[in-house]
Design a binder for this molecule. Structure first.
Ligand SMILES: [Zn+2]
Length: 264
C-alpha cells in the first residue's frame, strides 16, 4: 500500500474512528454546556442519554451527547425493526456512515459492510474499516445484502435514480433499502446541479450539508419532492414507501421521513 493510501487506511480504521468519536464526545459536552437539554432513550446507544439542542435544524438537532447521533439517524434506527428483519442475522451495508451509525451497525449486525466513496481507488479496495464504493457502480455482487442503509446520501449522488437501481441490484429478493433524504412536499423532484463532463454545474444556488469526512461539506445535487415515490415506481419498477417518525422520547421531536425501497 502506498503512502497516501496507508494514511487514508489508518484514518478510516475502526480504532482511529473510535478515538475520534471519544474526542468529539468530550468536545460536544464542552461546546454544548449552556444548551437546552432533555433526557431520553437513544436508539443507537440503546440506553438513557442526554440530548442537547444545537439550533442546527429539525433533522440535525438535538444531538445525543453520548454518540453524537441526530434525529434523522435515530428515526431510521428506530424504524428499522418495522421495515427490516432483526439486525443480528442480516447482512447490512451502509454507504458513507457517520461514526455513530458505523459503531451501532457494527455492534448489532453479524455481517456489516461500510463503504465510502473514495475517488481514485479501485472499487472494492478495502481502506481501513471501509470498502471503496461509488453508490452508482458498486463492487458487490447481486444479492449481497439483506438491508442497505443510506442516511442523507441520496441527495448528494450525481444520479439518484440509477443509484437506487444499483442498490436494489445488491439486495436479496426480499431485501430492503432503508434511507433518509430531505424532501419538501410542496415541490416536485428536481436537480440543483447538472454534470457536464463529470463536473458539477449549479442550476440553483449551491447548498451544502455537513459531511463528517469533509470540511467543505457535501453539495446537494437533488431536491426530492412529493412525486418521489411515484418516480421510483415509474422509472425503476421498485416500491417506495415513506414512514413518518416522531418520537420525542427517542430524541426525534419533529417528524422525520424514513423511506423504504423494495422489489415489487
Ligand atoms: Zn446516542
Amino acid at each position: 500500500m502506498t503512502g497516501p493510501r496507508l494514511v487514508q487506511a489508518v484514518l478510516l480504521s475502526a480504532a482511529v474512528l473510535r478515538a475520534r468519536a471519544g474526542g468529539k464526545r468530550l468536545l460536544r459536552r464542552l461546546r454544548l454546556r449552556g444548551a437546552v437539554r432533555s433526557r431520553g432513550s437513544c436508539p443507537l446507544c440503546e440506553r438513557e442519554v442526554e440530548f442537547a439542542a444545537t439550533g442546527a435544524g429539525e433533522r440535525e438537532s438535538p444531538v445525543c451527547l453520548r454518540c453524537g447521533s441526530v434525529p434523522r439517524q435515530r428515526a431510521l434506527v428506530a424504524a428499522l425493526p418495522l421495515l427490516a428483519p432483526p439486525l443480528d442475522g442480516v447482512r447490512l451495508h451502509e454507504s458513507s456512515p457517520s461514526p455513530c451509525t458505523f459503531f451501532h451497525f457494527g455492534r448489532r449486525c453479524r455481517g456489516f459492510t461500510a463503504s465510502c466513496h473514495l475517488p481514485g481507488l479501485a472499487p472494492g479496495t478495502r481502506v481501513g474499516a471501509f470498502v471503496a464504493a461509488d453508490l452508482e457502480r458498486q463492487p458487490f455482487p447481486g444479492g449481497s445484502f439483506d438491508v442497505v442503509v443510506t442516511l442523507d446520501v441520496l441527495e448528494h449522488v450525481p444520479r439518484p435514480l440509477p443509484a437506487l437501481a444499483e442498490v436494489a441490484r445488491t439486495l436479496t429478493p426480499a431485501g430492503v433499502h432503508v434511507f433518509t433524504a430531505p424532501r419538501a412536499a410542496s415541490r416536485t423532484t428536481g436537480a440543483r446541479v447538472r454534470f457536464v463532463g463529470g463536473q458539477p454545474e449549479p442550476v440553483a444556488a449551491p447548498e451544502y450539508h455537513r459531511d463528517p469526512f469533509s470540511r467543505a461539506g457535501a453539495l446537494v445535487v437533488t431536491d426530492f419532492g412529493c412525486d418521489f415515490e411515484a418516480l421510483v415506481a415509474r422509472e425503476l419498477g421498485l416500491v417506495c414507501t415513506a414512514a413518518v417518525v416522531v418520537a420525542p422520547e427517542l430524541g426525534v421531536p419533529s417528524p422525520v421521513e424514513v423511506f423504504a425501497v423494495r422489489r415489487a
